[in-house]
Design a protein around this ligand. Structure first.
Ligand code: 5GP
Length: 183
């Protein structure tokens, strides 16, 4: 039996990666490791957080059709390598992609059977608080992120399910239960 392809998306800053880290307690999920052209942040290990690749390598991967989807986000490219996901699904594992909205739209078109989940903040104010919480950003950068987040929030109706990020455990439980349903 094929596994379920799950896409977790939502505005930048909503807390997608916290949810994914918690989900890692469930071994029957493959957590796709994306390729990106951005530089590693403190503590990010190549091959774990991301495959950190050059622009040239990313372009090669696009040309060779290695991505299930890819998108530009905040000046960098991000893409999901297809092979590990295909292998996991074929062996009956669920595969989870944590990606931004444009990538989710591509999956919607290329994989209509995928389950698209939109992680929504409890309110825009709560999202703003989280975005402002990253103390390293300038006010200009914060404004840019907030304006992008506003656009991203408008995409919620395109998704199969909207899950509000009140508590991490609740979101994780909702995702596990959605994955367990037959496609
Ligand atoms: P960050 O640079 O903060 O790790 O990620 C920026 C955004 O890129 C996040 O919204 C994240 O979900 C998204 N992202 C990470 N990997 C991929 C990918 O493979 N494809 C797409 N489309 N977005 C991704």
């Amino acid at each position: 039996m094929q596994g379920q392809l799950l896409v977790l998306s939502g505005p930048g800053g909503v807390g997608k990666s916290t949810i994914v880290n918690e989900l890692k307690k469930y071994p029957d999920f493959l957590f796709s490791v994306s390729a990106t052209t951005r530089s590693p942040r403190n503590g990010e290990i190549d091959g774990e957080a991301y495959h950190f690749v050059s622009e040239v390598e990313f372009e090669r991967m696009i040309k060779d059709g290695e991505f299930l989807e890819w998108a530009n986000f905040a000046g960098h490219k991000y893409g999901t390598p297809a092979l590990p996901v295909e292998d996991a699904l074929a062996s009956g594992k669920n595969a989870l992609l944590e990606i931004e909205i444009e990538g989710a739209r591509q999956i919607r078109r290329s994989r209509p059977e995928a389950l698209l989940i939109f992680l929504q903040p409890p309110s825009f104010e709560a999202l703003e608080e989280r975005i402002r919480g990253r103390k390293t950003d300038s006010e200009e950068r914060i404004q840019a992120r907030l304006s992008l987040a506003r656009e991203e929030m408008a995409a919620a109706p395109e998704f199969d399910h909207v899950v509000v990020n009140h508590r991490v455990e609740e979101v994780v439980a909702a995702l596990v239960s959605l994955a367990a349903r037959k496609a």
